[in-house]
Design a binder for this molecule. Structure first.
Ligand code: NDP
Length: 295
């Protein structure tokens, strides 16, 4: 069994990003990312902090806007409008989940699709479906695809089973893998909470991607001998022995399935680090596209 080292691959992606930032700098350009956080959600704060740290490390221009939990929809739309108009900003993301008074879909729609580095805007969703490379693909599935590529996993003609159909992970993952071309050309099955006999469906997977949001949900009965397993799940489970009182586990019961897999991502240290790395990569792509379009 090969352990897929997301930290190492993320470091490689970040090195590529650093080279991209230097190249843009020689043309007098600096990619800029704005992260908007509404409210006090501790997990969101931690994500935003690490995005900011990575930006700083790469030499990106980074703007963090922390808005109170009482921010209205109109106020948030105004902030997004200002960022759309700001030439120093090439990527905008509004950290999920926002407080209940915010209509998240309307906010996503308000972000300039050229700056939508999360890849959630309908124009970017359409570009993914159309296989238009100028679009932005959500960072997590993009990171999963890169992991498969780095570890030489054959996707062409392989049967990939994606468990989960969210717009953030499951659906874009399936679209990426079913597209034509390199690191794609897979036969894809998407499973969800209404899928009958999930274990039998998963057993047919050469590549099994878990994006369910339930700790240790997939076990040995879901994994075929020799399968490649990509575990997107990040779940907090209580652990009195841990310093913070909890630990992070995936959607896959790693100990139960590892010996059956040909390769598997750990949690933490698998898909997680890839998400931020791909966000940086998307921001550099946005800067390139915006600045070349304006010349
Ligand atoms: P969602 O809750 O949006 O989607 C979960 C999906 O799992 C849904 O499609 C749901 O089906 C399906 N599901 C739920 N229960 C079952 C079940 N019993 N059997 C089969 N399918 C089921 O989650 P996300 O896609 O946003 O996230 C999934 C996981 O990935 C989470 O653990 C999240 O923390 C993690 N994550 C990690 C990231 C990273 O950077 N590594 C980034 C984003 C997410 P249905 O549609 O029918 O409800």
């Amino acid at each position: 069994m090969e352990l897929i080292d997301g930290k190492a691959v993320a470091a490689k992606v970040l090195d590529e990003c650093r080279a991209g930032v230097e190249e843009l700098a020689s043309a007098g350009l600096r990619p800029g990312l704005a992260v908007v956080l509404v409210g006090e959600d501790p997990a969101s704060r931690a994500y935003v902090r690490s995005k900011e740290r990575t930006c700083r490390d790469l030499g990106l221009h980074s703007v963090k806007l922390e808005l109170p939990a009482t921010t209205s929809q109109a106020e948030l739309l105004e902030v997004v409008g200002d960022l759309n108009a700001d030439p120093a900003i090439h990527g905008i993301l509004v950290q999920s989940p926002p407080p209940p008074q915010i209509d998240e879909a309307a906010i996503v729609l308000a972000i300039d699709p050229a700056k939508d580095v999360d890849g959630f805007h309908p124009q970017n969703v359409a570009k993914l479906a159309l296989e238009d490379p100028s679009g932005f693909v959500p960072c997590t599935p993009l990171g999963c695809q890169r992991l498969l590529g780095e570890y030489g996993v054959n996707t062409r003609g392989a049967h990939a089973v994606v468990v989960g159909r969210s717009m953030i992970v499951g659906k874009p993952m399936a679209m990426l893998l079913m597209a034509k071309g390199e690191l794609a050309d897979a036969t894809v099955t998407v499973a969800h909470s209404r899928t009958a006999d999930l274990a039998a469906v998963c057993q047919r997977a050469d590549i099994l991607i878990a994006a369910v949001g339930r700790p240790h949900f997939l076990g040995a009965e879901h994994v075929r001998e020799g399968a490649v397993v990509i575990d997107v799940g990040i779940n907090r489970v209580d652990d009195p022995a841990a310093k913070r009182g909890y630990r992070l586990v995936g959607d896959v019961d790693f100990d139960a399935v590892a010996s059956r897999c040909s390769a598997i991502t750990p949690v933490p240290g698998g898909v997680g680090p890839m998400t931020i790395a791909m966000l940086m990569s998307n921001t550099i792509k946005a800067c390139r596209q915006i600045t070349s379009a304006s010349h």
